[in-house]
Structures are given as structure tokens and as C-alpha cells.
Write a protein that binds this ligand. Structure first.
Ligand code: UDP
Length: 487
């Protein structure tokens, strides 16, 4: 069975959350990537947690079923926990365009970015609370006393006080943040959220540096995100399969050995990449063996696509190396209203490049109709890349960095947010000290292009770091411990 969304009949005047059905995923797979003793310890911890939770449901609630790091993690987290015997479910709140404009503003301000420059005043609060109220009606009917509700990010924080009377355990998990909590934009966003998040029984952050004062009244847990090594996004793909997938999407020209563009879907059934990407480029696609520098991100200004292009343009002689900036087709990510404008700005900047540089830059919108097919495309791109870049100006954690490291790629990434928890500069990747400096990016890229053995060594160390510390089974165990503290 595959992950499917089930939309209840619309209710006049109300927004109802949608359940995403998540099939179980076999935990036993982790025996392939962990040492036997470590694997057994994890399994025992998860069995114990499932026993403690018998008869209770753990509800995860977020705001989108696809696109972005949180949606990415939800399927595996819930799927493996279900296989471990826990009744875990996923609900996606529904919002209006106005609601997502406000929540995007909060998101940007929590990253010390003014975003659209709008207010977070009484009108925004009323709009936000109205949408939360609508969604709470259906959730309140489902949640039983002693169930656990894990609400993710600002888009769901307003549900916390509304669900209090259900006598469930309420956990708020914040996946984003910024180190300077005194920045006026950051402080303003936390003022907005404080009345809601104060009502939680516990909060979870990816990094200790992100925890605001308003969360100090209840236990705070620090749990870093992780990746599923068996998902279509991260599973092993042969170089021939990766090239075939990229050829099918139109990103490279067909490889000589005619492999099929196939991968394994989440339920273990065969999958095939059928759709093409929307690609902005001049002339023919690069040959399959052309070196590619790749950044995969949502179309968000904080991912600084313009800066990546500016750094690439300064690279000097590149022997045909191409830059690929890839992201989701912009109609695909419902809670990210700025995507189309950011992609349009990038397109304008691409048109303004000198012809020779433009010839070496592709802007790729990956189809998102089938999330697993999209994931297979990202997997193929990251595996095929000569270097993976993540030149974010701000970053909560940066799962794309983890993903590329798992694939043994040399990664060049900004020393911001959670990226500094993932890469030790010069050991398992290269950190950019000044994320806004295109010259620093150009010189880091040059260094790796000129020293392929060094690039390989960084990639090998990166893979080992993710294997030992950043796989999802570690996060499942930490989540289980947290649930055990809630009573
Ligand atoms: N992603 C994707 N398809 C795309 C672009 C991004 O699946 O076209 C995924 C990417 O692989 C990663 C997630 O979206 O798993 C982005 O997470 P990250 O933590 O890097 O950044 P966020 O989007 O949460 O700010």
C-alpha cells in the first residue's frame, strides 16, 4: 500500500485537517546498515515504547504532505514506528492563502528575515486563530485523553491551547530557528507564538541555540533530524540507474548503457521515473558524463540560488562543468506562497547572465505529482553530482546536506544553522564562513574540482558520519524516550 491522502467531504464554513495514510516500513532493514549490537539496542527501546503506548495514538500534525524537510521526515518516522508496534498517524492542517502568508511571515521572521515586510498584529492573530479553530474541531473529535499530539512548526502551534481540554499530551516540535534570539524580527515572531507554545507539555528543537524563553516553562528536548536510508530519496542507486533517471527527466543526455530509470518505491514495489522536468537552459542537455555542480532546494530566498549562480559565474575555466539549480515545480508546495516569485526572480537573473555562463546553468523544476518519483529524481541528481552545494543564507537544519553526505558526495555549504552540526570543515565537507560571498563559494568549488582525491575523501567521511549519527532509527529512539517522559 502506498501513502495516500484522504480528503473528507468539505464542511460549509470549516477547514478540516486531512489524514495522510502511512504504511508501515520494516525496521529490520536497519540490520543492513548498523552494527548488530546497536541495532538490537534500538529495537528493544522501540519495543518498550510501543508497549507503553498501547491503546494510545500518537498524532503528528503539520501543514503540508509534500515539499520541505518536515513532510520528508514524517513518512519514515511514522512508518517505522508503526512497524515497531506504535499507533502513529499523520494529519495535515488546511489553511487559506491568507493563513499561509502569515505563517510564511512567521517562518521568515524566525530566521531573522523580514520576508514580505508585513505585520504580525491583531488582524494576523485573528486570521491565524480562525484557521486553527476550524482545524481543531475535527482534531478534537479524534484525539482521546492520554493520546499524544505532536504539533509541528508555527503552522500548527495555535492548536495547542485548543486541544488542551482533550487531556492529551501536547508536544510542539519546532524545526526552524535562529541563534540570535534578540534580533527584533525573531523576538517579534516568538511574541506572536508565545501564548500557544507556552501551553505545550514539552517542546522539541533541532538545536539548543534555537530555544526561546517562552518555552522554558516545560521540558525542552533537543532532537536533531535524520534521514531514511531506504526511502526513494536516499536508497542505493547504481550510477547507470541514476543517469537513466536524469536522462528521462531531461537533465542529461542519455547514457551509453541503456539502463531503465527505475527505483524501489516505499512499499518495496518497483517504481519507474516517467515524467520530465521543466528545464530552463540553452542548447542541448549536457552529456551524461559532464561534471555537475548541484543545489536542490525549495525556491526560497534564504536558499540563495542567486548567490550560487553568482559564485558559479566567478569560477573561471570550468571544462564544461555545469550548474544545476533544482527545486519543486512551483504549484506543488501549498504552504510556500513565495516559490513562484523566487523562481521568477531567478529566471530573470539567469536571462541576464553572460551567454557563455548561461549556457552552463540549468534551472530545473522537478515534477511533484508523485512524491516518490520526485524523490527518486532528487536522489539521482545528488548521487550523480560532482559537488553538492547548499549555500543557504539561513538554515534550520539542512536535510539536503545530510542527504548528499549519505551519498558520499563532497558538500560545500554555508556555515549557518544546523549545517554546522553536520559538517566539520575540511573533514567531511567544506563550510563557507561568509554565506553571502560568491567569491568564497567559487574558491571552494575550484579547490574541489582541482583535487578530486580530496573531494572523494570528504565524501567518504561524510557518508560514515551520516551512517553513525544521522539515520532515522537514532531519531526514533530519541522520540521514543521523549514520549516515555510524558506519562
Ligand atoms: N526536496 C525535494 N524536492 C525538491 C526540492 C527539495 O524533495 O524539488 C526536499 C529535499 O530533498 C529535502 C527537503 O526537501 O529533503 C528540504 O529540506 P531542508 O531541511 O534542506 O530545507 P527546508 O525545505 O526544510 O527549508
Amino acid at each position: 500500500m502506498e501513502t495516500t491522502t484522504r480528503t473528507p467531504a468539505p464542511v460549509p464554513g470549516g477547514l478540516r485537517p486531512v489524514e495522510v495514510r502511512v504504511p508501515g516500513r520494516p525496521l529490520a532493514r536497519f540490520a543492513e546498515v548498523l552494527e548488530p549490537a546497536g541495532f538490537e539496542r534500538c529495537r528493544a527501546a522501540l519495543r518498550e515504547a510501543a508497549e507503553q503506548l498501547r491503546g494510545r495514538v500518537v498524532w503528528h500534525v503539520n501543514s503540508t504532505a509534500r515539499g520541505g524537510g518536515v513532510a520528508e521526515m514524517m513518512g519514515p518516522l511514522i512508518g517505522y514506528a508503526r512497524d515497531g508496534g506504535a499507533d502513529m498517524r499523520w494529519m495535515v492542517v488546511q489553511g487559506t492563502p491568507g493563513f499561509f502568508t502569515v505563517t510564511k511571515r512567521i517562518h521568515n521572521m524566525l530566521h531573522a528575515d523580514s520576508g514580505d515586510g508585513g505585520e504580525l498584529g491583531p488582524a494576523e492573530r485573528a486570521l491565524y486563530e480562525g484557521v486553527m479553530w476550524d482545524n481543531a474541531v475535527e482534531l478534537s473529535a479524534l484525539v482521546r485523553p492520554r493520546d499524544v499530539v505532536v504539533l509541528h512548526d508555527p503552522q500548527t502551534a495555535g492548536l495547542i491551547p485548543l486541544l488542551r481540554r482533550r487531556r492529551a499530551r501536547l508536544v510542539w516540535r519546532c524545526h526552524i530557528g535562529y541563534e540570535d534570539l534578540r534580533d527584533p524580527r525573531v523576538a517579534r515572531a516568538w511574541d506572536f507564538l508565545a501564548p500557544y507554545v507556552r501551553a505545550a507539555d514539552a517542546t522539541v528543537f533541532s538545536r539548543a541555540a534555537y530555544v526561546p524563553d517562552c518555552c522554558s516553562g516545560a521540558p525542552v528536548h533537543i532532537i536533531a533530524p535524520s534521514i531514511d536510508p531506504f526511502s526513494p530519496k536516499n536508497q542505493e542507486l547504481s550510477p547507470a540507474a541514476a543517469q537513466a533517471i536524469l536522462a528521462r527527466t531531461g537533465i542529461v543526455e542519455g547514457a551509453p548503457d541503456d539502463a531503465p530509470p527505475v527505483y524501489l518505491r516505499e512499499d518495496g514495489a518497483p517504481g519507474r521515473v516517467d515524467r520530465g522536468a521543466d528545464i530552463l537552459h540553452v542548447g542541448r542537455a549536457p552529456r551524461w558524463d559532464t561534471p555537475l555542480i548541484v543545489q536542490v532546494s525549495r525556491w526560497d530566498r534564504l536558499k540563495d540560488h542567486l548567490g550560487v549562480m553568482a559564485g558559479f559565474a566567478r569560477l573561471g575555466p570550468i571544462n564544461g562543468t555545469r550548474l544545476v539549480l533544482a527545486g519543486p515545480a512551483v504549484t506543488g508546495v501549498a504552504d510556500d506562497p513565495e516559490g513562484p516569485a523566487v523562481l521568477a526572480e531567478l529566471t530573470d537573473a539567469w536571462r541576464a547572465l553572460p551567454h557563455e555562463t548561461r549556457h552552463h546553468v540549468q534551472i530545473v523544476s522537478l515534477p511533484v505529482v508523485d512524491a516518490q518519483e520526485n524523490a527518486a529524481m532528487v536522489n539521482a541528481l545528488q548521487r550523480h553530482a560532482t559537488i553538492v552545494v547548499q549555500k543557504s543564507l539561513k538554515e534550520g537544519f539542512g536535510l539536503t546536506v545530510t542527504e548528499a553526505m549519505w551519498k558520499g558526495r563532497p558538500v560545500v555549504a554555508s556555515a549557518v544553522g544546523g549545517i554546522v552540526d553536520q559538517i566539520d570543515d575540511g573533514r567531511d565537507g567544506v563550510l563557507l564562513g561568509d554565506p553571502s560571498d560568491p567569491a568564497e563559494l567559487a574558491s571552494a568549488l575550484r579547490g574541489l574540482l582541482d583535487a578530486p582525491e580530496r573531494a572523494d575523501a570528504l565524501g567518504g567521511a561524510a557518508h560514515e558520519r551520516v551512517r553513525s549519527r544521522m539515520l532515522i532509527i537514532r531519531q526514533l529512539v530519541e522520540d521514543a524516550r521523549l514520549l516515555g517522559t510524558l506519562g
